[in-house]
Write a protein that binds this ligand. Structure first.
Ligand code: OSB
Ligand code: MG
Length: 366
């Protein structure tokens, strides 16, 4: 496939409510979109990097710089998604930037051939069950109101963000109010250390599906030690940046569940490798999120339909994040989102809305 040019577009998307995690509070998403143009199609990729390097080392301005200076110039004139992966491999890190470019190439390629992401990736379902990630709040009553709202919308599992000082009490309050049958899990975004193991073991009483990334990104061995000291299954997010990391984590016993975010691991091809590896080892995976717009969400929902994705993802409806999405909104039906079936990611940005939220564009000819 010949690439004639690539557009990098920045958009500013206010969130419907601030989203607070152990690493910071987001009130708006500053998103970098990549559009790959070929003679007979175009393809979109959304870069999940946030404005500041707090979740991982990547950030939106840094991703844009890596793309314009190294990644886009390294693309051969004729290339497909697999070739894109190979061309970008010599550059260390910058996985979210690579994922955006590879996804845009894959989208263009699949639109040309008329195949959907879901079909290309090997999806086994036409709709996926959805969970919701609930941020840290100022008070327990506020949290209970938020959870009640999401449950009444139909979300099939609740994930609570936790940090030291906001862990046992919110989990206990949600269990007491909504009962033992609500599928419930927590995500610490690396806020604890192994010395907190006795404290984290107190979460065992609440029958959680999993605890996500309790310890630091690099603490693979420490996660294995923690997993031996608590009964709540340990799930890794930040620690897993590749299939090699996943293999190491599984071998070490650092996790029994993996949150797969295509952005974090460099794209959908690597995400599928992790799915295949985990499935072969009996390790459950689920699809995480980075507060994506409809562009990133469409591809994530396709991935979440693969057979090894046996737990509900953070693939929430558009309105959980944005009053107006840049694509027709993803809507929850009976706790599920439909997997797009059209060519490529199966959705298109609405041009007027896209233009309204655009803060800059940059066209790179080839
Ligand atoms: O750790 O999973 C995370 C959002 C931004 C960065 C990291 C994370 C999250 C979420 C929300 O938990 C996932 C979503 O709903 O998109
Ligand atoms: Mg997480």
């Amino acid at each position: 496939m010949k690439i004639t040019g690539i557009e990098m577009r920045r958009i500013a998307m206010p969130l419907v409510a601030p989203f607070r995690t152990s690493f910071g509070t987001e009130t708006a998403r500053d998103v970098l979109l990549v559009r790959v143009v070929t003679p007979d199609s175009e393809g979109w990729g959304e870069c999940a990097a946030m404005s500041e390097p707090l979740y991982s080392s990547e950030y939106a301005d840094g991703a844009a710089e890596a793309l314009r200076r190294f990644l886009i110039p390294a693309l051969p004139a004729r290339v497909d998604a697999f070739g894109t992966g190979r061309a970008l491999a010599p550059f260390k890190g910058h996985r979210m930037a690579k994922a955006a470019l590879e996804t845009a190439v894959l989208d263009a390629q699949l639109r040309s051939s008329g195949q959907s992401f879901a079909s290309f990736l090997g999806a086994a379902a036409e709709r996926v069950p959805c969970g919701v990630s609930v941020g840290i709040m100022d008070s327990i009553p506020e949290l209970l109101d938020a959870v009640e709202g999401y449950l009444s919308e139909g979300y099939v599992r609740i994930k609570l963000k936790i940090q030291p000082g906001w862990d046992l009490a919110p989990v206990r309050a949600v269990r007491e109010r909504f009962g033992p049958d609500v599928p419930l899990q927590v995500d610490a975004n690396a806020a604890y250390t192994l010395t907190d193991a006795p404290h984290l073991a107190k979460l065992d009483a609440f029958d959680l599906l999993l605890i996500e990334q309790p310890l630091a990104n690099d603490d693979m061995v420490q996660h294995a030690a923690l997993a031996r000291r608590i009964t709540t299954p340990v799930c890794l997010d930040e620690s897993i940046e590749s299939a090699e990391h996943a293999a190491a984590a599984i071998t070490l016993g650092a996790c029994s569940i993996i949150n797969v975010k295509p952005a974090r691991v460099g794209g959908y091809l690597e995400a599928r490798r992790i799915h295949d590896l985990a499935r072969a080892h009996g390790v459950a995976v689920w699809c995480g999120g980075m507060l994506e717009t409809g562009i990133g969400r469409a591809a994530n929902v396709a991935l979440a339909a693969l057979p090894g994705f046996t737990l509900p993802g953070d693939t929430s409806a558009s309105r959980r994040y944005f009053a107006t999405d840049i694509t027709p909104p993803f809507e929850l039906r009976d706790g599920h989102l439909n997997v797009p079936a059209g060519p490529g990611i199966g959705v298109d940005p609405v041009q007027d809305i896209l233009d309204e939220v655009t803060t800059s564009t940059e066209w790179i000819t080839r």
